[in-house]
Write a protein that binds this ligand. Structure first.
Ligand code: SF4
Length: 694
């Protein structure tokens, strides 16, 4: 039952699914949620929503939720329900014991992009101020960490440049490695509206996504590139623009480092980067690519939107930098209708990165080696901050297998299901002496846990999420935490059980501390958020009303930096045994590994993951529509049903990763982005063969 009763009150809060950050009125009858109504004053969604935000909240009351803390000495033991004090005391003693035996750096944390800014800030503070190390990482490691690196290098800040309203001023749009219709539906509606009004669209994607051709929209160009060749395609676009003299020289001279531009221009002008020279490699017809480049350079305000099809590659960071180059080359920054816009998959992945979750950066993207920044945090936290960057998630797991990393506090993240190379993740977790899982459900990672701390849903949280346009939205408590405590309180209790003396009474006090320590948040408080509804960072003395558009008068780093982006082929190769390339994506009704959406009451949404395969490849293998197939890679194999479609090109297959049975990460490789270790989920050499089913 989705709607029931007559509401007697309403609480305005923020959707906890994708990075659009839609505002909703949660209408309540007593302590029962009656319905979620899209909030017409919500600045990100303006009264619109998709099915997930509107209906998929049943997981909050699902029978699988764990509401009492549990502990066990060994992972082979049964769980024992205990009081909060006993669970936290047990966890604290184990973690301190590990540090005493194996050293201060033998434990760490993983923060969650689904938790609030305030919760995430406290978890990284737990690592830095209580554990005494920088072993903090976040699930952005496996999605948008290349965005952080790439935009930081080129523009000086690790965030999208525009607000969503900007799309209403755009004339030509590149969508690369993203499928907004399924992944970011409310933004997709705004984009389609603009396209129907005449803006032109270029889609760069191995798959013919809905935007290429649907009832109301037709892309001017679709460049169906071979998975793994993003850098070659974007560099070829730049080649056409430079060699045909279509760049915005005035913008480049005024706003960018001219010497670096000249190096870049010489690089992209080389004939080996022409569309023709790369046609065989990328699979993109050169004439189509040339026309797309001309359209983007001359079509008016040009905006680029991208997703995980850009970042989850061995050259993810390089592709982000190549996109930034393209925007600078065409002068498409610093005004409405242009810009570089990462479409963030999770509700608070922007915020998790902003809050210092990475092992080398304190809140506000400031390096831990910076003495002044560490001094500032020392003055507020009252402890020394380690100046050595900590371990990333894959390094934590490697160190665990090697026997030097022994304890992990993992909040709101199921690394066994979401991270690459499942066997290695399991081996790392199994080698640890204390794994603390803080989550809603006994997830796959919890199979290796010694402590389970029940968490609360977004309906039970008070705090803020930051969406893909840097908009800080309030999340308001709709109902009391069913597990007894808010997640920030649980982290505080763990910190205090380990000897800290934290005394936050309300998440607004945590935000006040964030404002004190983080210049881009200096003007943010719950009072300001109540007054304005939401603000986009930077919000401070220079920008008291926030900053819808970045880099208007100059880049955050000063001059924009062109970076030479050489294409390097992934080490994942096709061959006789594995002749096809697998790439992955999402469907509208499911979210990530489905922990929440699969636990809704609406069974219609429980669509199985399917393998899309081109008719030519299916016929060659004797595969018919709906048949079970075996999907095998060098890493492992799984079974799912076939969907025969020319949405994918011959030689390319595609699936989603929402169901645990699919075990997509058993198939994927352990290759990763050279700069950030973001896994290369989007390119796996596979074979597909008929099967009798799982
Ligand atoms: Fe939630 Fe994203 Fe849908 Fe908006 S578009 S309702 S934020 S899932």
């Amino acid at each position: 039952v989705i709607e029931m009763g007559t509401p007697d009150r309403a609480v305005v809060t923020t959707c906890a699914y994708c990075g659009v950050g839609c505002s909703f009125k949660a209408e309540m009858q007593g302590d029962q949620l009656v319905r979620m109504v899209p909030y017409k004053h919500g600045k990100a969604n303006r009264g619109h929503s998709c099915v997930k935000g509107r209906f998929a909240y049943g997981y909050a009351s699902h029978k699988d939720r764990i509401l009492n803390p549990m502990i066990r000495d060994r992972i082979s033991d049964p769980w024992r329900e205990v009081s909060w004090d006993e669970a936290l005391g047990f966890a604290a003693k184990k973690m301190r014991g590990i540090q005493a035996e194996y050293g201060q750096k033998s434990i760490g944390v993983i923060t969650s992009s689904r938790c609030t800014n305030e919760e995430t800030y406290l978890v990284q503070k737990l690592a830095r101020a209580v554990f005494g190390n920088n072993n903090t990482d976040t699930c952005a490691r496996v999605c948008h960490s290349p965005t952080g690196y790439g935009l930081g290098q080129t523009f000086g800040t690790s965030a999208g440049t525009q607000d969503f309203d900007s799309v209403e001023h755009t004339d030509v749009v590149i969508v690369i490695g993203a499928n907004p219709t399924d992944g970011h539906p409310v933004f997709a509606s705004r984009l389609k509206k603009r396209l129907r009004a005449g803006a032109k669209l270029i889609v760069i994607d191995p798959r013919r996504i809905d935007l290429v051709k649907s009832a109301h929209v037709k892309a001017a160009h679709h460049l169906p590139l071979r998975p793994g060749t993003n850098v070659a395609v974007v560099t070829a676009l730049a080649h056409v623009i430079v060699t045909e003299g279509l760049m915005d020289e005035a913008f480049i001279r005024e706003r960018c480092d001219w010497d670096e531009f000249q190096d870049y221009a010489a690089f992209v002008s080389d004939p080996r980067h022409s569309p023709e020279a790369n046609e065989l490699l990328t699979g993109v017809p050169s004439a189509e690519l040339r026309e797309a480049a001309r359209l983007f350079a001359t079509g008016g305000n040009g905006a680029i939107y991208y997703g995980l099809g850009v970042t989850e590659h061995s050259q993810g960071s390089t592709t982000v930098m190549s996109i930034a180059n393209l925007a600078m080359l065409t002068g498409n920054l610093g005004r409405p209708g242009v810009g570089v816009n990462p479409l963030r998959g999770q509700n608070n992945v922007q915020g998790a990165c902003d809050m210092g979750s990475f092992p080398h950066e304190l809140p506000g993207y400031r390096h831990v080696k910076n003495d002044d920044v560490r001094d500032l945090f020392k003055s507020v936290w009252g402890v020394e901050i380690d100046s050595e960057p900590g371990l990333r998630i894959p390094n934590m797991l490697d160190a665990a297998v090697d026997g030097t990393f022994k304890g992990l506090y993992c909040q709101g993240e199921d690394i066994l299901q979401s991270d690459p190379d499942t066997k290695h993740v399991a081996a790392g977790l199994a080698a640890m002496e204390c794994v603390i899982v803080h989550d809603l459900f006994l997830n796959e990672t919890a199979n290796y846990a010694h402590v389970f701390l029940p968490g609360s849903t977004f309906l039970e949280k008070d705090g803020t999420f930051t969406n893909a346009e840097r908009r800080i939205n309030r999340v308001r408590e709709v109902m009391k935490p069913r597990n007894g405590y808010a997640d920030w309180e649980i982290t505080q209790k763990l910190a205090n059980a380990m000897g800290a003396n934290w005394s936050y009474m309300h998440p607004s006090q945590i935000m006040d501390e964030i404002a004190l320590t983080t210049p881009s948040f200096a003007g943010v408080s719950y009072t300001v958020l109540e007054e304005k509804g939401s603000v986009q960072w930077p919000c401070n003395e220079a920008h008291p009303d926030g900053t819808p558009l970045m880099h208007v008068d100059g880049f955050v780093r000063g001059k924009g930096r062109f970076i030479v982006t050489e294409y390097v082929a992934t080490d994942e190769k096709t061959g006789p045994r594995f002749p096809l390339l697998l790439t992955t994506g999402r469907i509208l009704s499911q979210y990530n590994v489905g922990a929440q959406t699969r636990r809704t009451e609406n069974v219609v949404w429980h669509e199985a993951d399917l393998l899309e395969i081109h008719p030519h490849d299916a016929e060659n293998r004797g595969i018919n529509e709906g048949d079970y197939i075996k999907l095998a890679s060098r890493s492992g194999e799984t079974s799912l049903r076939a969907k025969i479609t020319d949405r994918v090109s011959p030689g390319v297959v595609y699936t989603t990763f929402h169901h645990p049975d699919t075990q997509a990460n058993v198939i994927t490789t352990d290759y990763s982005d050279w700069a950030t270790n973001c896994p290369e989920y989007k390119v796996t050499a596979v074979q597909v063969s008929p099967s009798n089913g799982p």
